[in-house]
Design a protein around this ligand. Sequence first.
Ligand SMILES: [Zn+2]
Length: 655
Amino acid sequence: MKNHILVPTLSHIRVTDPLFGSYIDQVSRQLLPYQWNVLNDKLPDVKSSYCISNFRIAAGLEQGHHRGAVFCDTDAYKWLETLAYCLQCGHGQELLPAAEELIALIESAQEEDGYLQTYFTVDHPDQKWKNLAEGHELYGAGHLMEAAVAFHQATGNETILQVAVRLADLICCVFGDAPDCCHGYPGHQEVELGLVKLYQLTGTQRYLEMARHFLRIRGQKPNYLMRELAETGDARIFPEFADYDEKYAQSHLPPVEQRTAEGHAVRAMYMYSAMADIARECEDEELKTACLELWRNVTEKRMYITGGIGSSGHLERFTTDYDLPNDRMYCESCASVGLMMFGRRMAALTGSAAYYDTVERALCNTVLAGVQDQGDRYFYVNPLEVWPDNCLPSTSMAHVKPVRQRWFDVACCPSNIGRTLASLGQYLYARDEKSLYVNQLISSTITEEIRGLRLHLEMQVSLQEAFRGDFQLELEGEGTIMLRIRIPSWLEYHSFTLDGRVIRPAVENGYAVLALSRPGVQHLVLTGHTTPRWVTANARVRADLGRLALAYGPYVYCLEQTDNGDNLAQIYVRPDAAVTVEAGDPTLPGTLPALRFSGLRLDSGVDGLYGTPRFRFTEQRLTAVPYGLWCNRQPGEMIVWLKALLPVMDHLIPS
Ligand SMILES: [Zn+2]
């Protein structure tokens, strides 16, 4: 039966956590004004975006040709969506005039019939909907719909909603099974997500049906995208699509038959997220089964410890099980945003808290790493090991940047990180008709009305020497609300007290469940044991075999050159090395601790390039910092997976 787990209203949530709270503050204070200037090409030392200029040309306000990426309209849509979430949370009102200016411009750029994509309107009007593999029109439409829904929810603005509705109506006319319809589907999935959100807001059934249609016809034979590309010939928008294959855009099989994560990682995550949406909205058990299997393949065989995905730098894609190289992977920030999106939807589909372990892994590590603490520099690619000297242009490492960049030719990640942080509340809490779900243990407050009762919850979480979560619960009204608190997998044991008395709530689907019925204020405390832990990987992960990573709570830690010197490949650590939790560097945001331990630095004893080994270890005291905060100080080398020193191996050998 369809469950009714919903995203709570963002305006009811405040994130007070010192780390995430400061990043969220930066979204409206720094990230959005900065990105607005970039989209308007106002920063002379930053790559040109051409985004707003393209809209102005399409609207007839400027002369010229389209410049920038074919899909760069979406940078404006995601900017608007990010602002919408900020406004819902009470920030960013000073940016409203810019938003209104942008909405008027988008509306002017929309064609009479609802069509909207500046690249085709300006320069290729005869090519509309004819290059779905590369053209990204449906991708852009999806981002417009998401922005429009969010902005309408934040402000009641009808203009942007009507722009999205006109475009959705056009898509419902152009695409479909009828003989005179286009039988294609998006080369980059995203419109499915936008259509579902537009359906949920407007109740217009055909939007849901169109999203389902795109998932149903994808991967049917003969392959629509491959045939289209063959007809395109040499007139490619993306020269790298010469290597385009059916798996790249997950069109090798109908989605319902897919069982392994293939192709471009962001496309995959957006499609799986849409599949989970449709499985839930349409109570489609086959689609749900596919989602469960795909989730398992990603998280059990193809995901980095940091929640990064996409092992191949070439074509930004999945490769094969256990192939997780640390220095030349892709791990796009958008892919980890997509993994959070997929995980949240799987939790809503199944009611299980376990999905939030992965959402948390992606959020606290890769997504956090994707943005500088000031909000104006970004990682697109998120390596687990960096030697800046070999991140050279025109080499196989060209895609790996050792420092965050101010902008990109393809700039999907900066705004994707922005909208994720601005809407973080949707990953912290959920609700259904009788329960409030606490999905992330991140300090915050929420007020929700459930069953006519009003619950105000203040959560204060500390992860220093130990874990402690304080929940102040204020209930108004008569009746009972179920409070479901996720017990994360990294909490080794846990106990609760309510107003000082020990209680033992049942744990269902990974949630501790408490029935709240006493009006007034109660004080719930969750204490738990968590210590810094050494982690190793399955032996099939060749890149990590004989290596150790350090984690504390949900945070993966790394060594940086600024704390530990250069050539971090020399560092070895004993698997039982004692780790102390100490005050973190005060120049880093938040209050996460630093972890310190003793390791060893190996010298080969060779002066030339090669020679007789004369191995020698020297002791070194090492400092690890959260991976999500790396490169916020002096740039330099970084490493997550340290070589394990296994001095006594005899007891591992069976006699
Ligand atoms: Zn991206």
